[in-house]
Each structure stands twice: as structure tokens, then as C-alpha cells.
Design a protein. Sequence first.
Length: 110
Amino acid sequence: MPTFQTYKTATINTSTGTTLVTCGTGQHLLQSAYVTNTEGSAMPITLEIVHADATVTHLAHKLKVFPNETVDIIGSGNKIFLLSGDALKAKADRANAFNVSVSLIDQANT
């Protein structure tokens, strides 16, 4: 049965990035991915899917987000399917520059 999950972080590992979620068995539907810049200057952020076969798909690559701005990386009305073993990862130059929150329907197509 599909379940709605929210994953968030306020600290991003600046050398390897921070994995927000790794998908279990099945198909999963990424509903939204909000990033908020909590710093006093514009900062870049990268949000990527690391697939089970180790290939990478960038949802945003060094996207400049202005101070106190919130951006939905997925965009209203858009959805992205994630498969078994896919991981959603955030990367930034400063560990505490962003709050990241993603919403996912777990096992959306079972």
C-alpha cells in the first residue's frame, strides 16, 4: 500500500553530499523537493538522483538560490518516478546554508 513520506535535512555534508532517502523495493513518486537558502548571500545547491546502477541524474546542478528564497526543484504539477535502490542526494558548498524537504509517495505503483 502506498504511503506518503517526508524527508528533510538542515545540514548538508559539503564533501560527499547528504542522502535524503534511498528507495526500497518498488516504484516511488517524488512529489516535491523544496530548498530554502538560510544564508545571507546567494548560494548554489545540487539535487541529484543516484540510481542503483550508480549513474546520476541532476534535478538541479549548482542552482543559485537567493537569500531567504524557497524553490521547489520539482515544480508544481510535476512528478518524478524513483525505482528500487535510487537515492536522492543534496550537495552544497556550505553545510548549514539550506533546509531541504522532499515529499515522496513510497511504493506508489505496487
